[in-house]
Ligand binder design. Structure first.
Ligand SMILES: [Zn+2]
Length: 457
């Protein structure tokens, strides 16, 4: 062997020892609406926001492994992306970059100080033509922005290493308070909660921190319906804080199963900033603690299932159309139109997705506002998977209650369906149908079988 060949062999050996497992690209783009603009999430608001307290962002993390696996995770500081937007962006990425639907994951932070994302929560609003045109225009521009930020992340693909860790933050509290008049939104310190803060770290070959993706299970509702400035709430503040600590790094927030969780106490923008710092501190602690390597292969699966609503009748909505409440009237109108077209709404198309990195880390991304019971049960049912269970992913078209929450009733399983323009509560099989499909999807991507699902949960 001549000297040159020996040198080549040595070079190959060194590069294989130090080769990064992944190619990763990360990008961000501002998606702040032009003010004045209507904010969404609270029906009580009476006017649009007239100023911007904090820019809102869409951020994308594109990941490729060396075995053909790929995914792009897109996070957004908005209330919830409807399927109309996420599917359109995914179709465009399929055409331009060959991404399958399963390889594109969208999550929205659910900030209640962000713009109306048409047609999400449409029953909350009765816009005139001019205002409707503005919100439609924003939705179209947002679609373009999400495509652009994903493309930029893909263009920036470069060798990187991934690792995962976990912190905790305890400002979320279960908000389903039992009263003599039933469950209402309040404070329930004994209710189920999930205070974990999963962290995914992306470092370049030279060791620089390129991106941090972190999650938390809590509504972004620190400020209330009397707040009229565009703001990212605690999630926006936490991302700013992490980016301030690590200049040049992109910090991404993914909301988990926080549908029945609120920040506590809440009400002021100072609370939101404080929770941002608390969450950022939990992220820092995880980053400086023991992080585990995340390895290929990266495998993804996605399916849209049908969830059944409880039975309803045309008469029911005829009666509701006479109700004094304007939101009930609008919901009734939508349902009567559907009956008139011979297509009463009996089911919801519901997206489920898994993005799994070998045996190291699995994102389970669920559509809708998912109550914390799903995260707790998924971790119990699949104890050998390192699971990050996110709600508010790919589509946000209503709350997703567990059987327990469905039976208890109240805002999440019942009243919220009015604002979401859905016919009413789900049928009682909702949780089991979802878990059967989660199990199938996990098995498709190599997930490890768990013990049998307990019947009494
Ligand atoms: Zn919500």
């Amino acid at each position: 062997m001549n000297f040159f060949r020996l040198l080549c062999c040595f070079g190959l050996l060194v590069s294989s020892l130090y080769a990064a497992d992944f190619q990763v690209g990360v990008a961000k783009t501002a998606i702040t609406p032009p003010v004045p603009f209507w904010l969404t999430g609270y029906a009580a608001r009476t006017k649009p926001a007239d100023s911007v307290r904090m820019e809102l962002w869409a951020k994308a993390l594109a990941i490729q492994d060396d075995q053909g696996g790929q995914a792009v995770i897109i996070t957004t500081d908005v209330i919830g992306l409807p399927l109309e937007i996420s599917d359109t962006v995914a179709e465009r990425l399929a055409k331009s970059n060959g991404f399958k639907r399963s390889e594109v994951l969208f999550n929205s932070s659910h900030t209640h100080a962000g713009p109306v994302i048409w047609p999400n929560l449409r029953v909350m609003f009765e816009f005139d033509e001019k205002e409707l045109a503005r919100v439609r225009e924003y939705a179209a521009k947002l679609t373009d922005n999400l495509e652009a930020v994903a493309n930029e992340a893909i263009r920036k693909l470069a060798p990187a290493k991934l690792s995962s860790g976990q912190g905790t933050a305890d400002f979320a509290i279960n908000r389903r308070e039992q009263t003599a008049a039933g469950f209402r939104i309040g404070v329930n310190s004994k209710g189920p909660m999930d205070h974990s803060v999963p962290v995914l770290r992306v470092t370049g070959e030279d060791g620089t921190l390129r991106a941090v993706l972190f999650g938390y299970a809590c509504h972004n509702t620190t400020t209330g319906g009397d707040f009229y400035q565009v703001n990212g709430d605690y999630a926006g503040a936490a991302q700013l804080e992490v980016e301030k600590t690590h200049p040049g790094t992109i910090a991404m927030f993914m909301i988990l199963c926080g549908a029945d969780q609120n920040p506590n106490p809440r009400g002021t923008v100072e609370h939101a900033d404080q929770y941002g710092r608390t969450l950022a501190a939990a992220v820092e602690k995880a980053l400086s603690g023991e992080m585990k390597a995340v390895r290929p292969p990266l495998r993804c699966a996605y399916r849209v299932i049908d969830l059944e609503f409880a039975p309803h009748t045309r008469e029911q909505f005829q009666t509701e159309s006479q109700n004094a409440d304007q939101y009930r009237q609008r919901r009734a109108r939508l349902m009567l139109e559907a009956y008139d077209q011979g297509k009463p709404i009996r089911t919801l198309s519901y997206p489920l997705q898994v993005v799994r990195f070998n045996e190291n880390l699995t994102f389970l991304a669920m559509g809708g506002e998912v109550v914390v019971d799903y995260s707790l049960r998924a971790k119990r049912d699949f104890p050998s998977e390192n699971l990050v269970v996110a709600g508010y992913s790919n589509d946000v078209s209503c709350y997703i209650p567990s059987l327990r929450v469905l039976r208890e009733g109240g805002y999440e399983p019942d009243i919220s369906m009015i604002y979401y323009g859905q016919p009413g509560p789900f049928a009682e099989n909702v949780e089991e149908v979802i878990f059967q499909n989660i199990r199938d999807l996990l098995m498709q991507v190599g997930g490890r079988e768990s013990r049998l699902v307990s019947v009494d949960h």
